[in-house]
Design a protein. Structure first.
Length: 263
């Protein structure tokens, strides 16, 4: 493994097809550890720690934080590597929303996209059940202490009591990231792009979804499926955290899709 800047980790041979991995909130690029073991034999992997996570720098300007602020580090990495092939993207949850933003804005050539439950909440109508549910969670994370905010977030995406059952060391690491998680919610809810804009994501795209997920994530997947022009959908017997709880099932689908795309 090597790095080109803090939080941008490189694996494999650079002549192989490049793929960028983007993790969920309250996580880091290490969430893709199992996928990396299989992917590195066929791909040049750029595993990104998003701002405020892992070894990445913290957010400098927190006022009006938006998804756009995640992109410059990724663009800089691609430019400095002077890649000769289009890039494939893989993203989970918040990282999936970042992947969709990249695929839409196209700051560099992007080949294919895989997203597991991208939480692009901004595509939902303001009065829809999914939007109202996630706004309630977001509001519950403001004005409360960091530990309570983290408990709310973690239990929502897993199960009630999940956070309290974690080892104290893991709880402390998560609590330390609570401010960035709140910023992620702000970015996801206030992204200026809307549902119709995502018809511009013209890459071949695999949308993975857990059978046992939350209403908000399910609503986003359903909405995106109405506008993405080249979408394939598959479900996994898992919840929103499937890439972490059921990595074998999720990674099998990711690998098959990435390796079967014509280039």
């Amino acid at each position: 493994m090597s790095e080109i800047e803090p939080g941008i980790h490189l694996y494999g041979e650079q002549q192989n097809p490049p793929v960028i991995l983007l993790h969920s909130s309250q996580s880091a690029s290490t969430q893709w550890r199992a996928l990396l073991k299989d992917l590195v034999s066929s791909h040049f992997v750029i595993a990104v720690d998003l701002l405020g996570y892992g070894q990445a720098p913290k957010v400098e300007f927190t006022a009006n934080f938006r998804l756009e602020q995640e992109l410059p580090r990724i663009l800089s990495a691609v430019e400095s590597l002077q890649l000769k092939q289009p890039v494939q993207l893989v993203g989970h949850s918040y990282g999936g929303a970042v992947a969709l933003k990249l695929a839409l804005e196209k700051p560099f050539e992007i080949a294919d996209v895989v997203v597991y439950e991208p939480v692009a909440f901004h595509v939902l109508p303001d009065d829809s059940p999914g939007m109202l549910e996630i706004q309630e969670i977001s509001q519950a994370m403001h004005g409360r202490d960091a530990k309570e905010c983290t408990r709310t977030f973690v239990d929502y995406w897993n199960d009630a009591g999940y956070f309290d059952a974690l080892p104290e060391r893991i709880q402390q690491l998560m609590v330390a990231q609570a401010d960035k998680v709140a910023l992620d919610f702000d970015a996801l809810l206030n992204e200026p792009r809307r549902l119709a804009d995502y018809s511009g994501v013209d890459q071949n795209l695999l949308l993975l979804q857990g059978d046992h997920t939350r209403r908000s994530a399910k609503a986003v997947a359903e909405a995106l499926s109405t506008v993405l022009p080249n979408i394939t959908r598959e479900s996994v017997t898992a919840g929103h955290m499937g890439p972490l709880t059921h990595p074998a099932d999720v990674n099998q689908r990711i690998l098959r899709f990435l390796r079967n795309q014509p280039h």
